[in-house]
Design a protein around this ligand. Structure first.
Ligand code: OVM
Length: 394
C-alpha cells in the first residue's frame, strides 16, 4: 500500500482559476488519485485515469450531480438535468432524442445559413476598424446570433442566457464567493429559462420544437420535453462562447498556426478540437462512486465525490507530445474536453459548426490576428473563460 497523496489547495480559489496549469501539473505528478482535503473529495488529473473514470458510468454515477454537491444529501438548486445529472436507464431516451436532433446529419440544413451569418458578422466587425475585443465582438456575438434562433426562442430576454450559464457553471463548484455572487439573480434567470422551454414559446422548425415533436411521438414524455430544452439553453451558449474565445486566443498567440489555417481553411475543424484540448473551456466535472471503486492503488469509498480535471488530462505529457503547444498538425482526437463515454457532449457538432463558420469567414478576410492589449480572465468555478481579448485584425 502506498499512502494516498493529498493537497489542501482549493481548486476553486482565485489563484488556481487565474492560471490552473501549475496546480494541474502538481496533481498529475502527485499520483493517479489525490485527496482534496478541503472538500474531502478525490481528484484525478492524469489522462489515463480521467478517461477511465469518464467511461465508467457504472462505478461513477452522474445522478448524484456532477458538481460538488451530492443530490442524495443536498437539495439541488434546480431540478436535475435529464442528460447531465442522470444515469442509465433514465438517461437513455432523452440522450437518444437530443443526439438525433443535434447530429451532424441533422445540422446540415443550418450550414449555409450559419456560414452566411459568420461572413456578415466578420464584415461588420472589420468595417468598424481593426481593433476589437474578441470576447463580445466575436466569441459572444456569433453564438448569440445563431444558436437562440436555432433553438427557436423569442428575442426578448436573450440577454439572460450568458448570466444563467455563468451561474449554472459556478453552481457545480463549492458555495464560494463566485457562487454566492450569482445567487441573488439565479431565481429570476431560472424562471426565465424555464419559461422558454414551453411548447407554445418555441418557434416551429427549431431544436426546441423538435424536442416537443419527440414527446408527441412518445420517444420521451411530455414532462421530460421542457427539461431537455432546458439542457440546450443551459449548455449551449457559454460553452461555445468560451470555445470560440479559446480558439481565437490560440490563433492570436500562434501566428504560424494562423498562416497554416489561411493556407488550408479545411483545418478549421481540427483547429477547434485542438483549441478545446489546449484550453479545455469546461475544466472539471465530478462523479460520485456508486460502490467502492479501485483506481490504481486507491480504493475510493462508496458515495464519495471524484473531481475529474479535464483540462489537466488534456495536457498530460504521459498522453500528449508537447502538450502545451497549440498545433494544427497534431491529432487531438481522444481529448476529454467534450468528456467521453455516454455523457460526451451531445452538442459538440453544433459547437464545431459554429467554430468552422466563424474561422472560415475570418480566414478568408484576415491576414493576421494579434493581441493588442492585456487579456483578462473571467473566473468561473467550472469554465476556463475570458472576460476580454483585445485584438488587432490585419
Ligand atoms: C444540462 C447541462 C448544463 C450544463 C452543462 C451541461 C456540459 C449540461 O442542463 O443538461 O453539459
Amino acid at each position: 500500500m502506498t499512502l494516498l497523496p493529498s493537497t489542501d489547495v482549493d481548486p476553486f480559489g482565485p489563484e488556481v482559476l487565474e492560471d490552473p496549469r501549475p496546480f494541474h501539473a502538481q496533481l498529475r505528478d502527485a499520483g493517479p488519485v489525490v485527496h482534496l482535503t478541503r472538500y474531502d473529495t478525490y481528484a484525478m488529473a492524469r489522462y489515463e485515469h480521467v478517461h477511465a473514470a469518464l467511461v465508467n458510468w457504472q462505478g461513477f454515477q452522474s445522478g448524484a450531480g456532477v458538481g460538488l454537491s451530492n443530490f442524495h444529501t443536498e437539495k439541488p438548486w434546480r431540478p436535475p438535468s435529464l442528460l447531465l445529472e442522470s444515469d442509465p436507464p433514465g438517461h437513455d431516451a432523452p440522450r437518444r432524442v437530443l443526439g438525433a436532433i443535434l447530429s451532424q446529419r441533422a445540422l446540415r440544413r443550418l450550414r449555409e445559413q450559419w456560414f452566411a451569418a459568420a461572413e456578415e458578422l466578420v464584415d461588420a466587425v472589420l468595417a468598424a476598424g481593426p481593433e476589437l475585443d474578441a470576447v463580445p465582438a466575436l466569441a459572444e456575438a456569433f453564438p448569440l446570433r445563431v444558436f437562440p434562433d436555432a433553438v427557436g426562442i423569442p428575442d426578448e430576454g436573450r440577454e439572460n442566457l450568458l448570466p444563467y450559464g455563468d451561474f449554472l457553471f459556478n453552481a457545480f463548484g463549492p458555495r464560494n464567493e463566485l457562487m454566492e455572487a450569482g445567487l441573488a439573480d439565479a431565481g429570476r434567470l431560472g424562471a426565465w429559462v424555464n419559461e422558454q422551454c414551453r411548447r407554445e414559446v418555441l418557434a416551429p422548425g427549431g431544436f426546441g420544437a423538435a424536442i416537443w415533436a419527440a414527446a408527441d411521438r412518445g420517444d420521451i414524455t411530455p414532462g421530460q420535453a421542457p427539461l431537455v430544452v432546458r439542457s440546450l439553453l443551459s449548455a449551449g451558449v457559454d460553452t461555445t462562447v468560451q470555445g470560440l474565445g479559446a480558439v481565437l486566443h490560440a490563433f492570436a498567440t500562434h501566428p504560424g498556426q494562423w498562416r497554416r489555417l489561411r493556407a488550408d481553411p479545411r483545418l478549421a475543424r481540427v483547429a477547434f478540437d485542438e483549441a478545446v484540448r489546449w484550453a479545455s473551456p469546461v475544466q472539471t466535472f465530478f462523479r460520485t462512486a456508486t460502490t467502492e471503486v479501485r483506481v490504481a492503488d486507491t480504493v475510493i469509498p462508496s458515495g464519495k465525490k471524484i473531481l475529474m480535471f479535464l483540462g489537466a488530462a488534456n495536457r498530460d505529457p504521459r498522453r500528449w507530445a508537447d502538450p502545451d503547444a497549440f498545433d494544427l498538425a497534431r491529432d487531438p482526437s481522444g481529448h476529454v474536453g467534450f468528456g467521453m463515454g455516454i455523457h460526451q457532449c451531445v452538442g459538440q457538432h453544433v459547437a464545431r459548426l459554429e467554430s468552422e463558420a466563424l474561422l472560415t469567414a475570418l480566414a478568408a478576410r484576415v491576414e493576421t490576428i494579434e493581441l493588442s492589449g492585456p487579456t483578462r480572465r473571467h473566473h468561473n468555478n467550472t469554465m476556463r473563460a475570458w472576460a476580454s481579448l483585445p485584438m488587432r485584425l490585419g
